[in-house]
Design a protein around this ligand. Structure first.
Ligand code: NOJ
Length: 542
């Protein structure tokens, strides 16, 4: 068994921890998380602590921070808020010494409009850099060059201020983020050099931002509209079918280049993808002979409500949309959406749901991506208007991501110390002073969520079926999510009661023995119970 599994790539068996660097730990007291802070917390990830295999860092390059780092102005350097290249090298070195891999966030779809490439392109219509982006003249009546709409609202086209020829440029996100033209060979070469630069410093791979927009229709044709769109001249993002601007069939051409650079260093590529069907997901995996992304996010689970039927549908769908050689990455929370502790339990009435969610996310077929603070049950933090930092909120009132990006709570709130994130004033509020979910309190409490994650991670590492086994759903009451992970002769059963009443455990699980249960009165090794209380989760060995 060991030799069979030793051929399995590390990232299939791994759990990756997503560090939102700006909010993780502040090493210099300026209220902003940084590399020094992260280095001081590396012990948090070791096997005798949380026990994760890799960390993915949110963008740490120089950036005017119009989208908090997702608007890069220099791909080959470190933002002074976060430290220096020398400190980054030390981080890699120290992480390696404890077998912890580091993944960086790579933003290939767009640069900041402050990037020297874009500035040159705007200033000089004859510059070859003009073709590195999408510059077009408006239509004769002054309307934008096509009807594409931006995910963050409005047209994707913006007038290029300071351009002598009054052109428009394309921006799929904020106007401060200009889309690169990946059909241009120099763009390809330069972006592959970026991968090369960081991989040769010893990182283990990248999370690839907005990969589903990397190639667009070469003629930039208008998108068709949904049949039920409202009759007006400016259809919204959701009123369009994103045929020509997302999940374009030429995307594999761009990915093949990234993959060949990455393969050279045995790097892993994790794609941020929003695809709609099997055909579109297949674009990102390539074939067994020519693989593209190693891992692709399946966000359908994060989009589902706390409901067993909805979760079962996602797992059935995932089995359909991912080719057999494809390997999904699962995240219940991230820096772009409300934290799942708040989504599943808006009024803080069902704390057992965050425990049950941990049982699910650590036992699915695929690689779990654990978002900073999820392991202590961090909830969304309400942000008072004067403290808002997310530019999206100013662009689209009512939208915003700050609530999920607040500082890590290292200890309970103390006068002059806050929650241990910074000695200065935190860039985003740390949240309620009465909040008791924090690392220090949970580390000393063996019944805490932190310890549940630890136990789940240990179990995952000790059972091959949980790492790479198949997943088959098991018939159960409608409020029970039940599945079996199987590798050769090893079977692991998982059942979660997502309803509000006690329910029978599926019959086929009755001969199993308990590996881990959220009900602490059921110790390891005892025979499977016949019932599962509301909110309980159980893992059984067959
Ligand atoms: C996805 C990132 O996760 C999000 O934070 C960012 O705003 C967009 N991509 C644009 O880069």
């Amino acid at each position: 068994m060991t030799s069979f599994l030793s051929h399995t790539p590390w990232w299939k068996k791994a759990v990756i921890y997503h560090v939102y660097l700006r909010s993780f730990a502040d090493g210099n007291g300026d209220g902003i998380g940084d590399i020094a802070g992260l280095r001081s917390k590396l012990r948090y990830f070791t096997p005798d602590s949380l026990n994760v295999d890799a960390i993915w860092l949110s963008p740490l390059h120089p950036s005017p921070n119009a989208d908090w780092g997702y608007d890069v102005s220099d791909y080959l350097s470190i933002h002074p808020d976060y430290g220096t290249l020398a400190e980054f090298d030390k981080l890699i070195h120290e992480a390696k010494a404890q077998n912890l891999r580091i993944l960086l966030d790579f933003v290939p779809n767009h640069t900041s409009i402050m990037h020297p490439w874009f500035r040159e392109a705007v200033a000089d219509p004859t510059s070859p850099k003009r073709d590195w982006y999408f510059f077009r003249q408006p239509l004769p009546d002054g309307r934008p060059p096509n009807n594409w709409t931006c995910k963050f609202g409005g047209s994707v086209w913006n007038p290029a201020e300071n351009a002598p020829d009054k052109v428009f440029y394309l921006s799929s996100y904020l106007p401060e983020q200009a889309d690169l033209n990946w059909r241009n060979p120099e763009v390809q070469t330069n972006m592959c050099k970026v991968l090369d630069f960081w991989l040769s410093r010893g990182i283990a791979g990248f999370r690839i931002d907005a990969a589903y927009r990397l190639m667009k229709d070469p003629d930039l044709q208008d998108n068709p509209l949904h049949p039920e769109h409202t009759e007006n001249n400016s259809p919204t993002y959701t009123e369009q079918i994103h045929l020509h601007d997302e999940n374009h069939p030429d995307i594999p051409k761009a990915l093949a280049m990234l993959q060949s650079t990455s393969t050279h260093f045995q790097g892993v590529l994790l794609g941020e993808v929003f695809a709609h069907n099997q055909e579109q997901y297949a674009l990102y995996y390539g074939t067994t002979d020519t693989p593209l992304f190693d891992l692709v996010f399946d966000f359908h689970l994060a989009d589902a409500p706390w409901d067993a039927t909805a979760f079962k549908d996602v797992l059935k769908n995932s089995a359909k949309i991912f080719p057999t050689h494809g390997w999904p990455a699962w995240a219940l929370s991230n820096h772009d959406r409300s934290r799942h502790a708040s989504r599943y339990d808006p009024n803080d009435d069902y704390p057992e749901r965050t425990i049950a969610a941990a049982f699910i996310s650590m036992t699915l077929r695929g690689t779990p991506i654990l978002y900073m603070g999820e392991e202590i049950g961090m909830r969304d933090v309400p942000i008072p208007p004067p403290k808002i930092q997310d530019p999206l909120t100013f662009q689209v009132p009512g939208m915003g991501r700050d609530m999920a990006r607040t500082p890590m709570r290292w200890h309970s709130w103390k006068e002059n110390e806050g929650t241990g994130f910074t000695t200065g004033t935190p860039w985003l509020p740390e949240g309620d002073a009465q909040e008791t979910r924090d690392v220090e309190s949970q580390r000393t409490n063996p019944s805490s969520l932190f310890h549940t994650y630890r136990k789940l991670l240990m179990l995952r590492k000790s059972r091959y079926s949980l790492q790479t086994g198949n997943l088959s759903l098991v018939d159960s009451s409608s409020d029970i999510l039940a599945y079996t992970r199987t590798l050769r002769k090893e079977h692991t059963h998982i059942a979660v009661n997502m309803g509000t009443t006690t329910l029978p455990l599926p019959q086929v699980f009755s001969s199993g023995t308990v590996l881990l249960s959220s009900d602490e009165s059921l110790p390891t090794g005892t025979i499977a119970p016949q019932i599962l209380r509301a909110g309980d989760a159980i893992i059984l060995a067959q």
